[in-house]
Design a binder for this molecule. Structure first.
Ligand code: PEP
Ligand code: MN
Length: 375
């Protein structure tokens, strides 16, 4: 269900430098020692980074791993703020974390993927955020459930958190694949379309899981028009106590950022604007035609359903569908269309057609079934 969120634009958060893209948050997966925090933050600051991250409480999948230094790391972040003039952020997962961070003046919170998947915790966090003016970025839940992600945002927003944004870090997957978390970009695109005003970050470090993937995933995030990047960076990545494989040293992070190609989101150029509107009008027209054709196809499906019913024939004839799909795939190759895309579209069309025929067959008084008004 669509619910509007009341968001304050990121430019008014007083966290990120004005007018830059990408907005960058960088720092180690975990704060490990005061020295590691200060050395990493100083090196990042020297590379122009202004917002520093470090996990204080670490949600680890298995017990017995390094679970963060806890509250004793908060004064280290306060020192980064004070001595280096950087903004600082950390992950919060319960009321106690929020209270402790508020005492130390942490500038920005993020909610981790294991927490945003839990409505009880999200409600506890939302309640604890009431009356606080601290921005919150919500990572996507570990599973591909956009509604769970939206629900977490709604809870915070209802509690009065208007400095609200998201971080896309990919989704857990049982199947082995190249990235640590599968990107599921379609979900990010869908959420972006629903809340275009909401600051949108990507976390290529947790998505990729290995240093070598961070650059390509950062570039992809920029190509999709996302606003910012949260990237893990450690003064000595190989010795990191958590996520050692995916952290970059500050110089490598800086190199990555300087090589990103950032395309403009829009242009004031009149020529561009006129031409793009023309092309968009053509696309709109084609989309209308596709809808018309789908409507005609549905009408025929209904007739086929009726006909099968009269002759007592089963709805599904797999061989007919296989042949049709084979033909479509062959033609799509000829037209230079992607087989994956065309197959997905036609499978969806087929599913709808089976559904329509099912309705016809299970409706005993089909002869009187009203046609949709527009037909
Ligand atoms: C993190 O940012 O260090 C972290 C634990 O991330 P996620 O919740 O995305 O796994
Ligand atoms: Mn991490």
């Amino acid at each position: 269900m669509e619910r509007k969120l009341d968001i304050i634009p990121v430019g008014q958060w007083n966290v990120f430098p004005e007018g830059t893209r990408p907005l960058v948050i960088a720092g180690p997966c975990s704060a490990e020692s005061e020295r590691q925090v200060m050395e990493t933050a100083s090196a990042l600051k020297a590379e122009g980074i202004q917002v520093f991250r470090a996990g204080i409480w670490k949600p680890r999948t298995h017990p017995g791993c390094f679970e963060g230094v806890g509250e004793k790391g908060l004064p280290w972040l306060a020192r980064v703020q004070r001595e280096l003039g950087m903004k600082v952020c950390t992950e919060v997962a319960c009321k106690e974390h929020i209270d402790a961070c508020s005492r130390y003046g942490i500038d920005l919170f993020w909610i981790g993927a294991r927490t945003s998947a839990n409505p009880f915790l999200m409600q506890e966090i939302a309640d604890a955020m009431q009356g606080k003016d601290i921005p919150v970025l919500v990572k996507n839940p570990v599973s591909q459930e956009i509604e769970l992600w939206k629900g977490a945002l709604e809870r915070l927003n209802r509690a009065g958190v208007r400095k609200l944004g998201v971080i896309h870090r990919g989704f857990s997957s049982f199947e082995k694949q190249i990235y640590r978390n599968s990107p599921g970009w379609n979900i990010a695109i869908e959420l972006r379309a629903q809340y275009p005003e909401m600051p949108f970050f990507a976390d290529p470090s947790h998505m990729g899981g290995e240093r070598k993937y961070v650059a390509e995933l950062s570039q992809k995030s920029m190509d999709l028009g996302l606003d910012g990047l949260m990237i893990e960076s450690h003064i000595c990545p190989d010795s990191a106590l958590s996520d050692a494989f995916q952290q970059l040293c500050p110089a490598a992070l800086s190199d990555l950022l300087s090589h990103l190609e950032i395309r403009e989101m829009d242009s004031d150029c009149l020529d561009y604007r006129e031409h793009i509107s023309e092309l968009r009008a053509q696309i709109d027209m084609i989309d209308d035609n596709i809808l018309e054709e789908l409507r005609s196809r549905k009408k025929i499906s209904r007739q086929i359903g009726q006909y099968k019913k009269e002759h007592n024939i089963a709805i599904l004839q797999a061989s007919r569908w296989d042949a049709l799909l084979e033909d479509v795939v062959r033609k799509s190759a000829h037209y230079g269309l992607s087989e994956k895309c065309v197959t997905a579209i036609f499978n969806a069309i087929h599913e709808e057609s089976v559904q329509v025929q099912n309705e016809v067959i299970s409706n005993h008084g089909f002869g009187n079934l009203p046609e949709p008004e527009s037909e």
